[in-house]
Design a binder for this molecule. Structure first.
Ligand code: MTE
Ligand code: HPA
Ligand code: MOS
Length: 788
């Protein structure tokens, strides 16, 4: 790997790589040269076995019998286990019960694991797992959100946020619009599929190498299935080849199965899913069915809203309670709704249990109000941007329907600034002129905001620990509870530590995340990795620094005020001691050079029963302006230009943040445009690989793509160096693409009617919206003639 040598010449008075400077991802070189090690790249231990599972072919059924004799007899098979072989808990539901590690008499979706095989090769395990003979007694199944709503079948109770009296305010409103939408799900398509390698330890326990965003949960659930205390299990995550939420809870079942096979065989076991198995067996972004009824005045300013969001959770709760909560928390996006009711349903279906995905329900919630906003603009005959600006939260209209007051009003100015820098108004005119004349093509433009709440909505998860060691050569080793999935968390935390001691970044190493170094960690999720772990690491550094300062003052006989850490040097009064010498001196004087650190997010609380509180420490903001061109004969389209202005507070690492914004936007664009999950009527996933499930390609990047960080915008909360979280919010900037598509289609009716456009907005759906708009025009013309 290419690293700056420690003693390379450097400009005077500058420390390389502190917080706020742009640096390479610590694994960038390894990522692009193929040297970064993922689970399947690890050297295989002696006697390694490979795992595979046999799956349910039924949507919902009782298992009458399972004949596994052919599985056991297959060459290379060493062990076959079922639910009966689990010594501890069978249920490994991460928050609420409902997820059997192996089916226990009942199956509730196609692809549910029934039994597991350990064999001497990956191929043998997979082939053997297909040889079971299972007799089922089929039960009635429900597949869609509508079916679940009709039968009131939910994995968790429904909830409501209520402010004022929306029913009477709706009746009194000058104008009123209602509608519904289907928002599609999304496959994570992480480059590295789910994988783990589990080894027996010298005692009863196991050591788990896992590709998981939540090593502590892996540790705990493995302990539970094995019936052991947590301290017998260690889990380690060096890195993931992408997680995107898909490895928050759903890495654990593999680790549990592998651990059970380790226990059955006494040998190490690797379990990795092939792409089709991963797509069938693991949860995805929830698809949603949403409805709204909104009242507004003649300028489009909203006075009342009654919104329902309903997510397809699959067969078990997993994280769905919090995901639908977050959809509810974002059904306002950036707009003041005044009298409002937001209801959220967690629909139970006989499909795989859907899970976290970048935005965690927030994006699906925002889509309601963004569709309504465009509809309102059509209705009152104004530019959608003007309607949007007039509805933004601002002082005086600054409290959400769940009771949190927006304290940092970033968006009004940010949007004005993007309006300018993207030439929105001039381009709007040019597009109108184009659309009036072109016989086939239609262009569309949209500028949409994002406001995203930062903190886990489960309060207890908002904590983190870190461990910082300084060695006697002055090099520093950092460990924290966060995991690296490509987002650049390790390098950001290293930059925080470099800043704390004012030493070059290349003196600092962040090593693999391990449950035996920092315990009881939260998942790396909710975009909070750097907020939480950066602060915990800073806390550890401050403890060490306080001890070093006290020592220096005593040793050199100066006041503590005159001890300064600067430029790889500790200044003690008039004496300048190079960092490594200083550390060595402290060591010889028996001063602690290691500390743990801790952080718990302040100022957050929420009463889930009342639906009121302050769930988020702050909001991240951004806006995007996208332009599209649509072929009205085929529904095909392209995104021709996107401008983004995004608020990351005082950035910890600007290039890393820009990468997150670009990647998030493209991932969101894929979700809303090309990525379509198709299920059969029986709930069998038909799109199980890249041939049928279309993620964005390099060529789908807008050819004109201008991404900027909002300058001079420190977070007014006391976050780490006043930065803001960046991981998830940019995904929702892609709503601008969908909105621009609707704008292009609405130009057919001269923006008198804005046809609905469910997502993913594939060319087929765009074409249907075009056709609907053309029919609307024909109908309007007929009526006009009839009136004459
Ligand atoms: N970026 C990359 N490259 N890979 C990922 O898997 N996950 C996203 C986001 N950015 C992800 C990513 C999600 S879902 C979250 S919650 C955050 O990163 C988690 O990391 P952070 O909290 O450190 O930002
Ligand atoms: N976001 C992401 N992941 C989570 C959350 C959340 O709010 N709560 C629990 N896991
Ligand atoms: Mo991200 S969906 O919170 O892992």
């Amino acid at each position: 790997m290419r690293r700056l040598p420690l003693n390379s010449p450097q400009p005077p008075h500058s420390v390389r790589g502190t917080a706020g400077s742009s640096v390479q991802h610590d694994s960038a070189w390894k990522h692009v040269s193929g040297q970064a090690r993922y689970i399947d790249d690890m050297p295989e231990p002696e006697g390694l076995l490979h795992a595979a599972a046999g799956h349910s072919e039924q949507t919902h059924a009782r298992i009458l019998s399972m004949d596994l004799s052919a599985v056991r007899a297959y060459p290379g098979v060493v062990a076959v286990i079922t639910a009966q072989d689990v010594p501890g808990h069978i249920d490994i539901g991460p928050v609420f019960p409902g997820d059997p590690v192996l089916a226990d008499g009942l199956v509730e979706h196609v692809g549910q694991p029934l039994f597991a095989v350990a064999a001497t090769s990956h191929e043998a395990a997979r082939k053997a797992a297909r040889l079971a003979r299972v007799d089922y007694d089929p039960l009635p199944a429900q597949i869609t959100v509508e079916q679940a709503l009709a039968s009131q079948s939910f994995v968790r109770p429904s909830r409501t946020h209520l402010r004022g009296n929306p029913d009477s305010a709706l009746k009194q409103a000058a104008n009123r619009l209602s509608g519904s939408q289907h928002i599609g799900g999304q496959e994570h398509f992480y480059l590295e599929g789910q994988a783990c390698l589990v080894e027996p330890t010298e005692d009863a326990g196991v050591f788990v190498h896992t590709s998981s965003q939540h090593p502590t949960e892996v540790q705990k659930l493995v302990a539970e299935v094995l019936g052991l205390p947590i301290h017998e299990i260690q889990a380690e995550v060096r890195r993931m080849g992408g997680g995107f939420g898909g490895k928050e809870t759903q890495a654990a079942p593999l680790a549990c199965v592998a651990a059970l096979l380790v226990r059955a065989t006494g040998r190490p076991v690797k379990y990795r899913l092939s792409r089709p198995d991963d797509m069938v067996q693991t949860g995805k972004r929830h698809d949603f069915y949403n409805t709204w009824d909104i009242g507004f005045d003649d300028t489009g300013v909203i006075s009342a809203a009654d919104i329902m969001v309903a997510g397809r959770c699959g067969f078990s709760p997993d994280l769905s309670d919090a995901i639908v909560d977050r959809a509810m928390f974002h059904a306002d996006n950036a707009y003041y709704l005044d009298h409002a009711r937001v209801t959220g349903h967690r629909c139970k279906t006989h499909t795989v249990s859907n899970t976290a995905f970048r935005g965690f329900g927030g994006p699906q919630g925002m889509m309601v109000i963004e569709q309504a906003m465009d509809d309102i603009a059509c209705q009152v005959g104004r530019d959608p941007l003007d309607v949007c600006l007039d509805n933004l939260y601002r002082p005086g209209r600054d409290t959400t329907q769940y009771g949190q007051t927006i304290e940092q009003h970033v968006l009004p100015e940010l949007m004005r600034s993007l309006e300018q820098s993207s030439d929105y108004r001039q381009r709007r005119q040019a597009i109108q002129a184009f659309n009036r004349t072109h016989p086939v093509l239609r262009r569309g433009l949209a500028l949409t905001p994002v406001k995203f709440g930062i903190s886990f909505t489960a309060k207890h998860l908002n904590q983190a620990g870190a461990l910082v060691h300084i060695y006697t050569d002055g090099s520093i080793h950092v460990n924290h509870g966060g995991t690296e999935m490509g987002q650049g968390l390790y390098i950001k935390v290293a930059q925080v530590v470099a800043t704390a001691f004012q030493v070059d970044l290349d003196r600092i190493k962040v090593s693999a995340t391990r449950t035996d170094k920092v315990p009881n960690t939260s998942p790396t999720a909710a975009s909070s990795g750097s907020d939480l772990n950066g602060m915990a690491a800073l806390n550890a550094c401050e403890t060490i620094r306080a001890g070093l300062t006290e020592f220096a003052a005593e040793h050199w006989q100066v006041s503590p005020d005159s001890v300064r850490f600067e430029n790889n040097t500790v200044h003690v009064g008039d004496t300048a001691v190079p960092w490594a010498d200083f550390v060595q001196t402290a060591y010889m004087n028996r001063i602690p050079l290691s500390s743990s650190g801790f952080y718990a997010t302040p100022r957050i609380h929420f009463d889930h029963d009342a639906g009121q509180g302050r769930p988020f420490l702050y909001y991240a903001n951004g806006a995007a302006c996208s332009e599209v061109i649509v072929d009205t004969l085929t529904g095909e389209y392209r995104v021709v230009r996107t401008d983004i202005l995004h608020d990351v507070g005082r950035s910890l690492s600007p290039d890393i943040d820009l990468g997150q914004i670009e990647g998030g936007f493209i991932q969101g664009m894929g979700w809303l445009t090309t990525e379509e999950l198709v299920y059969s009527a029986e709930g069998r996933l038909l799109t199980t690989g890249p041939a049928t499930y279309k993620i964005p390609a390099v060529s789908d990047k807008p050819p004109d793509f201008r991404v900027q960080l909002l300058p001079e915008s420190p977070n007014r909360e006391a976050t780490v160096f006043h930065s803001k979280a960046v991981g998830e919010p940019p995904l929702m900037l892609a709503i601008s693409v969908w909105s621009a598509l609707r704008d292009a289609v609405a130009s057919i009716t001269d923006h008198r009617y804005c046809a609905p456009l469910d997502t993913p907005a594939t060319p087929e759906r765009v074409l249907a919206a075009v056709t609907e708009s053309q029919q609307w025009v024909a109908e309007a013309n007929r009526e006009a003639v009839a009136d004459e």
